[in-house]
Design a protein around this ligand. Sequence first.
Ligand code: GLU
Ligand code: MG
Length: 448
Amino acid sequence: MSIESVNFLKSKGVKFLRVTFCDNANAIRAKAIHIDILESNLDYPVSITAAQQAFPIMYDAVVSQSGLQPVGEIWLVPDWTTLKILPYAPTHAIVMADMVVADRSESGSSSWSLCPRAFLKRAIAAAKEAGIEVMAAFENEFVLLDNVADRIIPTDDTVFAATLAMDLNYKTIDAIADALIAQDIIVERYYPESGPGQQEISIRYDRAMAAADRQILFRETVRGVAIERGLKASFLPKIFADRAGNGCHVHLSLWQDGKNITGDGSGQVSAIALSFIGGILQHLPALMALTTPSTNSYRRICPHYWSGAFTAWGYDNREAAIRVPSNPILPSPTHFELKTSDATANPYLALGAVIYAGIDGVRNNLNPGSPIDVDPGNFSEVELSRRGISRLPQNLGEAIDRSSSDRLLLDALGPELSRAYLAVRRAEWEAMKEMELEEEVKLLLERY
Ligand code: GLU
Ligand code: MG
């Protein structure tokens, strides 16, 4: 970032730069700095209190078991490669930030142990050490709603891929796509999903860090454009009982020396990808505290809802936690997707944890078993156990318990981050575990 870039932002009419971060509850937050004083504050534009990473999603109050308090200042250092002007709020720009602490004795700073981006950087480095580069994309489902108070009115009530929903929503969808493209995000496909008002727009994969940054931009953009058009958008996993939930599947591919090594060259998953999948499936009950981390998430994870409710993998199997899509043209497969994931997940923490689990699989040559080519939801208990498949945790409390005893995950997060993260999610579980869907949706609809 230089004076030329500041002048460029000024020439575009930008007044504020939102220095943005994502907290342990996956609320996207920013402090903004005025463009007139940016030049003299480029390195350390804004700061937050350490307690900021101890807030649950319900309210801004410190969770006491988090190990954090409103003492200690954390500086948000922009990663200037992520700078974008916001198409839906064009007098504001956004930049993603790393969290650092000042070194008291000398001028300078060092990374904060609770920084989510730093966690993902460590995971990427661990993968590199194992000779793997991970590419990823978050594939979001979300709903568009009329902007009315206290009532949930979806913009359509159609079936999957209904062209009627396209006609009803195309102006909003086009505006979202335009805004994504203006932020250098490649838009791939769009279709109305199965639920009321439910939409899916897929975007191009990228290196893991860029993919996680894009997940923040994606959520911000969908909501920003919806607001601009007098609507509401929500990524909350389950809004309507007995209708399709909103997934946020994580697509992954493994690379070595610039070459995709996910497939074996003859239509099957490569040995290395197979053990990576083995690692994810082995740790999945614990990972869910990060990939499906809200009380609401578990209303979505149900058999027969295509949401990945079992520790199974399979080719083109939409009921398996890991689906390996196949292509008619080789090389195939090129990637696989984790379906047991939603947009209440902090993308840096979720992706970082998934990478650590995959690398554990590679290091220990974990075998995920045979691919499953039927719906595991139709297996009897006996059949499930014969095949070594289990039903994944059915509530957040269970997933937190599993993660609290997963050594790999705890070591990867480190003592401070794991303590604060799990304390935040545990506080959410305690506060919301008895809620009925309606009350929970009222609280969370506009948080995610
Ligand atoms: N809506 C489903 C979910 O909750 C996914 C449907 C699909 O396969 O795209 O994950
Ligand atoms: Mg979908």
